[in-house]
Write a protein that binds this ligand. Structure first.
Ligand code: BES
Ligand code: ZN
Length: 588
């Protein structure tokens, strides 16, 4: 006979085999409302009542099928809650089973649930619910035999405005008309009630499946079976790495506001570009990355609209400008197809293959007549080359032959007008400047202009925290990029900007990084401790390399940059450590 001093249930008379939950998550009322259906089995003869554990639960109804059952909620035991006694209205013999349906709601006093306000989360935008049932809190979530002596399976339909996850396998989801979704779960292995768990929150990577589906619509079926994401330690030197079936991502993506899902879309796009169709050697790296960025932005465009993908292209162009400036416009590594004889590919790594490659494809699409012509071509490119490694000549030859075969001489004539030499071998910025839709950039440019024009006013009064309230994280990024392009603002202006926009405190790495770069450019020494902290705890090279480099060149920063690196050398990945040592003049 099971013995459990901390349960009020008649454990020696009945056991629960299965619980099915049907619950709605209400973030406003901070309650879960719905039903629990318990399959209860008599373990001895002559059973006419079932006693369940509950705690701070409001019971609305108890029935078997349509038949209401007499029930009473006993006076609360200080520690073990209120026993719910249910009269079955029949007598069960040993092994006989009944399904009891209980209509109920959790209450504000529920001890299993924590309801977080948006302000209590990292992303600050969405509420968050999670449960913790061990040891005896499941009874405040579900009326049950809340004892680890009872092992049961469970299933659930959870209706929520934000993604729900449970300690069970997901068996599907259904969108409802009111904007919520019903998430379905099944746990087929018998387990104790304290392992029931539920969380509902904005899901950073909710779009992975849609990314894959969109990629499939655009190209060919996803070839790799599974897709998992592994979040690596902070020393991971890249944003993401497209390892088949298992993308690696930097923890800097967990900004909590989903603004950084672009990286995931990018790595998923590699499932075709790079992982199926692969560059023959690192001189044609743009065939991997330029194509991937192009597909990434196609996917984002289809999912979020053209403004968003064009906005991303605007940010990409800025990255390209910076790479070209860093190398110098005549440097061989600013060519789309550089010569790497005797060179380390890591040294040639920059935004050039990504963004010059993207710009070439974007230009070709427009030049050849738009998506109707180019998207069929993209798919054919994958079909033609899947499983192979190719170089730029293979790529170009197939582009010509596809256009000729499907659209005739007219497109070949257009292709012949392309300045291939300048695009592929030329250094510096691309020979043609693409025009991107700047709908989302306008407000960012405007705000920057206002700051620029206020630089001679000692205490400008036209700014407030409202300025960026309506900005997406990406818009804040672009605003800061514009600010980094104008002459350094006076320190008093940086003080004010920080006071109003709280930039030093921001968690989003893309924003934090750009703010710190602006401060370093202005020799704003107040920011140095934050830079040291960020650059020594985040090993993603996109952030730590430019930050340490800028600190090294900032007033009173050189020694600090070197000592920071040397102190934390073992934290960095060997690839990053080698590059930083070189950046700081500590090795050749
Ligand atoms: N394959 C690259 C990462 C990489 C490139 C590792 C070269 C080693 C050598 C990955 O797909 C990538 O491009 N990551 C970017 C993501 C961004 C472009 C969205 C990154 O790391 O920032
Ligand atoms: Zn990539």
């Amino acid at each position: 006979m099971p013995y459990d001093p901390t349960s009020l249930s008649n454990l020696d008379e009945v056991k629960t085999n299965h619980i099915h939950l049907d619950l709605a998550v209400d973030f406003t009322a901070k309650t879960l409302t719905g039903t629990a259906e318990l399959e209860v089995e008599a373990i001895v003869d002559n059973i006419s009542k079932v006693i369940l554990d509950t705690s701070y639960i409001a019971i609305h109804s108890v029935s078997i099928g349509d038949k209401s059952l007499k029930h009473s909620l006993e006076k609360r035991h200080e520690k073990y809650g209120s026993a719910l006694t249910i009269e079955l209205g029949q007598t069960l013999r040993k092994s006989e089973k009944v399904k009891i349906i209980i209509g109920y709601a959790t209450t504000q006093e529920c001890t299993a649930c924590q309801w977080l306000e948006p302000s209590q989360t990292v992303g600050k935008k969405h509420p968050y619910l999670f449960t913790q049932c061990q040891a005896i809190h499941a009874r405040s979530l579900v009326p049950c035999q809340d004892s680890p002596s009872v092992k049961l399976t469970y299933s659930a339909n959870i209706n929520a405005p934000l993604r729900a996850v449970m300690s069970a396998v997901s068996t599907g989801e259904e969108k409802q008309n009111n904007g919520t979704t019903t998430y379905k779960f099944h746990q087929k292995t018998r387990m104790p009630s304290y392992l029931i768990a539920l969380a509902s929150a904005a899901w950073e990577f909710v779009d992975t499946e849609t990314f894959i589906r969109t990629g499939e619509e655009l190209l060919t079926p996803y070839d790799w079976g599974r897709y998992d994401l592994l979040v690596l330690p902070a020393s991971f030197p890249y944003g993401g790495m497209e390892n088949p079936c298992l993308t690696f991502v930097t923890p800097s993506l967990l900004a909590g506001d989903r603004s950084l899902v672009d990286v995931v879309a990018h790595e998923i796009a590699h499932s075709w570009m790079g992982n199926l169709v692969t560059t023959e050697n690192w001189e044609h790296f743009w065939l991997n990355e330029g194509f991937t960025v192009f597909v990434e932005r196609k996917i984002l465009g289809r999912m979020q609209g053209k403004e968003h993908s064009e906005f991303s292209a605007i940010i990409g162009r800025k990255a390209l400008v910076e790479s070209v400036e860093l190398y110098g416009k005549d440097h061989p590594f600013t060519a789309l197809r550089p010569c790497l004889r005797g060179e380390d590919p890591d040294d040639a790594f920059s935004s050039v293959p990504y963004e010059k490659g993207f710009n070439l494809l974007y230009y070709l699409e427009k030049h050849l007549g738009g998506a109707e012509v180019f998207e069929p071509y993209l798919r054919a490119h994958v079909q033609e080359f899947a499983g192979r490694s190719i170089n730029t000549d293979d790529w170009k030859a197939f582009l010509y032959s596809f256009m000729e075969k499907n659209f005739g001489q007219e497109k070949v004539d257009l292709l012949n007008k392309v300045d291939w030499e300048a695009w592929l071998a030329g250094t510096g910025m691309p020979p043609v400047e693409n025009k991107f839709d700047d709908t989302l950039a306008k407000a960012c440019n405007c705000l920057c202009k206002k700051w620029d024009e206020s630089r001679h006013v000692a205490k400008p009064t036209e700014f407030s925290s409202e300025d960026i309230k309506s900005f997406s994280s990406t818009q804040t990024v672009v605003f800061l990029e514009r600010v980094s392009e104008i002459d350094a603002l006076p320190h008093s202006h940086l003080d004010l900007m920080d006071e109003l926009y709280h930039l030093t405190e921001v968690r989003n790495c893309e924003i934090k990084f750009r703010w710190q770069m602006i401060c370093l450019k202005a020799n704003y020494e107040k920011i140095y401790p934050q830079v040291v902290d960020f650059a020594s705890t985040m090993g993603r090279m996109k952030y730590c390399r430019p930050l340490l480099r800028s600190l090294y060149h900032a007033k009173n920063g050189a020694e600090l940059a070197r000592s920071t690196f040397l102190k934390h050398k073992s934290f960095y990945h060997p690839i990053a450590a080698t590059m930083i040592a070189r950046d700081l003049g500590l090795s050749k």
